[in-house]
Design a protein around this ligand. Structure first.
Ligand code: RIB
Length: 302
């Protein structure tokens, strides 16, 4: 079993399904509400843990009910925590609007205690990162902390993955310590300034990411699949009707990291990630929608 260390954020997701987003100053009636575990780093850790990875998450929590939700979520998915508590801060939360017809989403996240994750937290966990096979992070905690994690992993010869979500302006040195970067179409466009609507545009954007110093860019493209630099398009899997796309990128990243930690090739790891994401979108919620290993292997065989 490969070891995966994930630096990232837990927040409580508050998800509202409605026909449309309200306009400024307007109140509309929604159709459903759900409260559940979320945060990109935590969702990726849950995905990886449910798939059988040996997973540890580095994060920060507040001492409150949402912090308890994080601990229960990780326990259920067999995820270990390297956690610090910020007693004066709250555990964060996300507002998620889900379009009732398409299952697509729009999100506001307030990371709370996780915004205090520091470079010092990474230094304290340097041995943990050095003992991993794969290090994975995103951009919901401060960028300099993500950078420090990537540098620490790279210095120790580990595989590094940056999921650049939410999209942000990044210094060139960050790209140079990424073996893999995994933006979706919107994030790839935000970084490169190039539109990504099809395979040809994905290849151009991936080339631009490679020119910035990333070894192997991967662009996730929803129902089209994922573009793997140096290989081409890996087609999406169909696991049934789409209920909610929130967390699909997290499913992909958690699964991709586990597969790499087990020594799978990049293309097989992308297939594994796409199959995991395909199942997650057939279910509501983010962390709760992550599939088991058996489910993913069955889809890959089908
Ligand atoms: O990727 C989905 C996640 O983004 C949600 O769980 C929400 O918390 C935001 O962090």
């Amino acid at each position: 079993m490969g070891k995966v260390v994930i630096l990232g954020v837990f927040v409580a997701d508050t998800a509202y399904r409605a026909a449309r987003m309200p306009k400024m100053g307007e109140t509309i009636l929604g159709n459903t509400f759900a409260l559940g575990p979320g945060g990109k780093g935590s969702n990726q850790a849950v995905a990886a843990g449910k798939l059988g990875g040996d997973v540890t998450i580095i994060s920060r929590l507040g001492e409150d009910d949402f912090g308890q939700m994080a601990l229960q979520t990780w326990k259920a998915a067999d995820v270990k925590g390297a956690i610090k508590y910020s007693p004066d801060a709250y555990t964060g939360a996300a507002f998620i609007f889900i379009d009732d017809k398409t299952g697509d989403n729009a999100i506001i996240i307030s990371p709370g205690a996780a915004a205090d994750i520091s470079v010092e937290d990474i230094r304290e966990n340097a041995d943990l990162i050095a003992a991993a096979d794969v290090f994975l992070t995103q951009l919901e905690q401060p960028i300099d902390v993500a950078h420090e994690g990537l540098i620490t992993a790279k210095r120790n010869g580990k595989i590094t993955i940056l999921n650049p979500a939410p999209a942000a302006e990044l210094p060139k040195e960050v790209f140079e310590v990424c073996d893999y970067i995994t933006p979706n179409e919107t994030e790839a466009e935000a970084i490169t300034g190039l539109p990504v609507r099809n395979e040809i545009e994905a290849e151009t954007a991936a080339q631009s990411l490679a020119a910035l110093g990333v070894k192997t860019p991967i662009i996730t493209m929803g129902e089209q699949g994922a573009f793997l630099f140096g290989y081409g398009m890996v087609r999406a899997y169909n696991a049934g009707s789409v209920v909610e796309t929130t967390g699909a990128g997290d499913a992909f990243n958690g699964a991709f990291a586990v597969a790499l930690s087990e020594g799978k090739s990049a293309v097989d790891a992308v297939r594994f990630g796409c199959a995991t994401a395909a199942i997650s979108v057939t279910r509501p919620g983010t962390a709760p929608s992550m599939p088991t290993r058996d489910e993913v292997e069955q889809l890959l065989r089908a």
